[in-house]
Design a protein around this ligand. Structure first.
Ligand SMILES: Nc1ncnc2c1ncn2[C@@H]1O[C@H](COP(=O)(O)OP(=O)(O)OP(=O)(O)O)[C@@H](O)[C@H]1O
Ligand SMILES: [Mg+2]
Length: 325
């Protein structure tokens, strides 16, 4: 196997009148995580389906674990695990039965299948629920079981399609830990997500996909530098003091201060949110400025897209949805 676990050149796929992929290139070194970041309909699942040989590309080529996806799909399937946006779990079987059944499908042999199932139930903290039907599992447990199923045969390359969409923050954190452990053991992971934060936590490299094209790639830091870091937003009561407040806070800002007269809000890109918020409250209190609202927000994926595609227009920021850290 070369030092690239996943390699794709010019992948294209069209569904009737939808161009789902318009030429995607990927190069994922063995033992690393690639985060594929993009909004609904970007083409993430389509890319995963091509790389995991569920569908064929209309054009382009790809190799996974050194094997060509079109020429030898079965060879690829022997070397990969796939956990999906829609968990492939048999609802009526228990967690243990689900995993043992997959072991049987891979012809591990009865006792090896049992041992592997037990090991995975332990690693994924599903032992207590092991004998319950999967239909009684929470969303987070179901996702963990689905991922455990993908790992039964110890594949060197794993595809995770939005593994945490719909999970609460705690389950999401658990899932991140599981994925980090997997990578620490040398597995190569391609992970799709709609969350900048998730790609940030897990991925060595990130590609940002929009409308079937890669519009940016780099490390999380590269992308954040393009998007800008945390923003402090301050809403005050007196509209006629906006200029004064902008002056008072100017040295906290690492970029241009956006001002919205309408909502009496200033938004500043800042280096360290907590520091900025403490400083701002102190300075404004001292001057008896009435602060109606103050908060830090991280760039949302919307901010990222606006920045990366160059469509950000002044005034958008105030209406962007907030995303807590
Ligand atoms: N089987 C299909 N038939 C027709 N169009 C499809 C099919 N699968 C996907 N598409 C279209 O291709 C585009 C890319 O879809 P895809 O599922 O790859 O996006 P995605 O990035 O995974 O989105 P999401 O975040 O919602 O899962 C979308 O416009 C989608 O409607
Ligand atoms: Mg999808």
């Amino acid at each position: 196997m070369s030092d690239l676990a996943i390699e794709a050149h010019g992948l294209r796929k069209r569904y009737r009148d939808v161009e789902a992929l318009r030429g995607i290139d990927l190069a994922v070194p063995t033992g690393t995580v690639l985060g594929v970041l993009g909004p609904n309909g970007a083409g993430k699942t389509t890319a995963v389906r091509i790389l995991s040989t569920l569908i064929r590309p209309d054009a382009g080529s790809a190799r996974v674990a050194g094997v060509d996806v079109v020429a030898d799909p079965f060879g690829v399937r022997r070397r990969i695990g796939v956990a999906g946006q829609y968990a492939a779990v048999d609802e009526y079987l228990s967690g243990r039965e689900n995993l043992e059944m997959i072991g049987d499908l891979y012809h591990l042999g009865r006792s090896a299948a049992r041992a592997r199932a037990a090991e995975l139930l332990r690693d994924f903290r599903l032992e207590d629920a092991a004998e319950r039907p999967a239909k009684t599992y929470s969303g987070g447990m179901r996702r963990r079981l689905d991922l455990a199923g993908a790992l039964v045969a110890r594949p060197p390359v794993v595809f995770l399609d939005e593994p945490t969409t719909g999970l609460d923050p705690r389950s999401r954190g658990d899932m991140w830990q599981v994925i980090a452990d997997l990578v620490a053991d040398g597995t190569t992971v391609l992970l799709t997500t709609q969350y900048l934060e998730e790609a940030d936590q897990l991925a060595h490299d990130i590609v940002v996909v929009d409308q079937g094209r890669i519009i940016a790639r780099g490390t999380a830091d590269d992308l954040k530098a393009q998007v800008g870091g945390e923003r402090l937003s301050v809403t005050i009561a007196e509209a006629d003091r906006l200029d004064e407040v902008a002056g008072v806070l100017a040295d906290l800002s690492i970029g241009e201060i956006e001002r919205d007269e309408h909502t009496r809000t200033l938004t500043l890109p800042v280096a360290t949110g907590p520091h900025a918020i403490v400083e701002a409250v102190g300075r404004l209190t001292e001057r008896q400025v009435t602060v109606q609202d103050i908060g830090i927000r991280r760039p949302t994926l919307d901010d990222a897209f606006l920045t990366l595609t160059g469509h950000r227009t002044s005034g958008d920021a105030a209406t962007d949805s907030e995303q807590s850290a």
